[in-house]
Write a protein that binds this ligand. Structure first.
Ligand code: GLA
Length: 536
């Protein structure tokens, strides 16, 4: 069975994206924060690095040893040079980083976009004041990446967020992270990964400066926390891609959650292409945690060459079926998760047509690394409370997707830092009258506050009958643009039914298309979904 897992994993690993280039994969490693907070030291970090190698986690793909908050020792007044904690790291950081590298691992470090760290504010680490990157961008970045030779940095925001620093500094995340990104560029290193830690999806600018970004507040070692973070990531798939990832935070597996919850936590992080940073003490890893973390088929799903995050294919309001392409874009192979966040067992029914798959579908259970049933049409399965089932599906036929939900579209101004209504940026809303129970809204008024389905695939190209289901309280207009061409203006009247459907004919090219809906001067209707049918 181990061998079969390995062969399948290798097969996944050698297949590259249809775009013919290899992309950055989600970061895999360990971080000191979840278990140790600021109580870290030289020998602790080295023993975790040893354990990563000894336990075969390195071979499974876990490479980064990330030193989080807790290593700071103030700043030299005369030179501004960052000092390292005198008792936690008496030799400084260089020997530790060298040791990590000596094991063939990579080394990650932590800083803050402002002046103090989060540990200074929340954990009373009084020494971690004036140690953030503010005013020391190039000096510290050169120290981390040229002098120490680190490979990754997580940049927190406590010191730049008015609420969480005693100096009441308050900065725009975009300005701070752009400056830090530019300082990294000036080191000449092209391989450094920057993780933005702003505790909510920061805005679409983030994929230009970072390789991953946190989308939630800190994870905790309990099911409610894991469930909330999964809930926050369900409608963010449009913002991952091209080697850039939504970071669901460091793993809490192997601590106090049940085995079922740990499996759900790890499995969903895998299918959502989140970075995988182990957060427990690896020197005392339980056998079941070890087996889970080294499941090569789940890891291959996370590290898949397409780098996609799964989206919600269907939901009954309680449970979710998540899906994404793996191995080949728009091909016959997809991965799915049947996710039950509730406290009761739930029967989840999967209809292959909602997954755009036709004919016989071979299923492989990625937790067991075993072939499962062959399905044609629909199948149902009972999923345990807090549980998930994850499968690789290989179908006889890939059907063209015809339903594109508003909540899976890319909103060019999407952000979660400020209230979107006050800030005038597009967002997603729950609405039980809409298909999928969700819609996109608060769109229009500015050219960049638009909605885009950027992955509309047509196998042969041609004319399509397009229906857009909208909601509007008054007569509104929007412009429908296909592949940046000339737009079609459509007028939407309110309807007593709630949903107004408009119909137009569009021409799609063969392959990927982009469909954009916008109104740069006035409010747009809310968007439930788009349905495309080829015209014959
Ligand atoms: C914030 C981050 C955490 C951790 C701590 C360190 O809370 O979100 O992940 O890095 O700071 O103080």
């Amino acid at each position: 069975m181990r061998l079969r897992c390995l062969v399948a994993a290798l097969a996944f690993a050698v297949v590259f994206s249809i775009y013919g280039r290899d992309i950055e994969r989600p970061t895999m490693g360990w971080s000191s924060w979840n278990t140790y907070y600021i109580d870290i030291n030289d020998s602790l970090i080295m023993s975790q690095a040893d354990a990563m190698v000894r336990l075969g986690l390195k071979d499974a793909g876990f490479l980064y040893i990330n030193i989080d908050d807790g290593y700071f020792g103030g700043r030299d007044k005369a030179t501004g040079r960052l000092l390292i904690h005198p008792t936690r790291f008496p030799r400084g950081l260089k020997p530790v980083v060298d040791y990590i590298h000596g094991l063939g691992l990579k080394s990650g470090i932590y800083s803050d976009a402002g002046a103090n760290t989060c540990g200074n504010f929340w954990n009373d680490d009084t020494i971690a004041k004036n140690v953030g990157l503010l005013g020391h961008e190039q000096q510290d970045i050169d120290f981390f990446f040229k002098e120490l030779g680190c490979d990754f940095i997580k940049v927190d925001f406590c010191g730049a967020d008015g609420f969480s620093n005693h100096a009441h500094y308050s900065f725009e995340p975009y300005d701070r992270y752009k400056a830090i990104h530019e300082a990294i560029e000036r080191t000449g290193r092209k391989d450094v990964k920057l993780n933005v830690c702003r505790w909510n999806y920061p805005g679409t600018w983030v994929s230009d400066v970072a390789t991953s970004w946190r989308i939630s507040e800190d994870i905790r070692d309990n099911w409610a926390s894991v469930r909330n973070i999964i809930g926050q990531s369900l409608y963010l798939s449009a913002y991952a891609g091209n080697g850039r990832y939504n970071d669901m935070d460091m793993l809490e597996v192997g601590r106090s959650m049940t085995e079922e919850e740990d499996r759900t936590h790890f499995g969903i992080w895998c299918i959502m292409a989140s970075p995988l940073l182990i957060g427990c003490d690896m020197t005392t890893l339980k056998p079941e945690t070890h087996a889970l973390l080294t499941n090569r088929e789940l890891i291959a799903l996370n590290q898949d060459a397409l780098g996609l995050q799964a989206y919600v294919a269907s939901t009954d309001g309680k449970t979710y079926v998540l899906v994404k392409d793996i191995e080949e874009a728009y091909g016959n192979v997809r991965a799915i998760a049947l996710y039950n966040p509730t406290d009761e067992p739930q029967e989840i029914t999967v209809d292959m047509t909602t997954l755009d798959l036709g004919g016989k579908v071979r299923m492989r259970d990625l937790f067991a690394c075993k072939d499962a049933a062959e399905v044609n049409g629909k199948w149902s399965e009972t999923v345990a409370p807090h549980g998930v089932r994850i499968y690789r599906l290989e179908a006889e036929k890939r059907l063209e997707r015809s339903i594109y939900e508003g909540e899976t579209a890319y909103l060019s101004s999407y952000q979660e830092i400020y209230n979107p209504m006050a800030f005038g940026t597009g967002t997603y809303f729950a609405d039980s009258t809409c298909s999928g129970g969700m819609k996109a809204g608060n769109l229009g008024m500015r050219p960049q506050n638009d909605l885009r389905w950027r992955n509309v695939y047509s196998k042969n190209g041609g004319s399509y009958d397009m229906t857009i289901d909208c909601l509007t309280p008054e007569k509104r207009k929007m412009i429908v643009v296909v592949n940046g061409g000339e737009g079609t203006v459509v007028e939407i009247e309110p309807s007593s039914e709630g949903i107004t459907s408009i119909n137009i004919k569009v021409d799609l090219k063969q392959g990927e298309n982009e469909i954009r809906l916008y109104n740069d001067r006035a409010r747009m209707p809310e968007i439930d979904r788009m349905i495309l049918k080829p015209m014959v």
